[in-house]
Design a protein around this ligand. Sequence first.
Ligand SMILES: [Zn+2]
Length: 263
Amino acid sequence: MAALNTKKLTQPGNVAPRIEGRGTPDADWQRWAGLQQVRNISLSELVPQGVRVLIIAPHPDDEVLGCGGLLQMLAAGDYEITLIAVTDGSASHPGSRIWSPERLAWVRPAETTEALQRLSVDDIKVVRARIQDGNVKRYQRPLAALIARLAQPDDVIFSTWRYDGHPDHEATYRAAVAAALHCGARLIELPIWMWHWARPGDPRIPWHRMRRLALDQPVIERKRAAVRCYRSQLESDDSTGSGPILPIHVLERLLHPQEFYFL
Ligand SMILES: [Zn+2]
């Protein structure tokens, strides 16, 4: 997920989104009638039975925060799933004496492994691109080539949303769309940081493209348990005085019994 503070972002339109402060409170989203009106989509409408799925996660934790429910439903449906982990998340704690980039580069992928086990997503191929965290834009072309090598024409590819507001998330989309166009695969986008900087009814968001995937209770409970595996992101850092990367108010926006996708 990888928060960035006061970073100017690339969204077109009048107001560039910024990932800063506490963001839009979860309660504001929950009380907004427009969110309830987002069209539902079933698993088989989102991903036809028998189709292969590629999930492209910029940072370790995006795979669960963005689509941890979908992953479980795909695994239960015997879909063939590949996770392309773009970075190892080594830039989440700049200046930390506790979390060096080297330590993060082995801890955070291990957290993903544990989280996938917690989701009972055992039969998944994980491909690590090991692109430098925070610098995906620079390696967009080799990332696109890697995705294109792994993708086939009938596959469905999931990437972070094109205007999610985080440079790595947006560069991941651009690599994914280039690969999808190259091989004829379908691309679906998932918003993560959007919930932080956007507002209910925000005109910058293509609400008409959004679909809701309902998660049943055991699925959302396993997703919540999986998020607890990302311990490096959940603890304060005494060496820098920084709070958790994923504080409660960020997590609660992402842990409802539904996930949202842009078709
Ligand atoms: Zn991320």
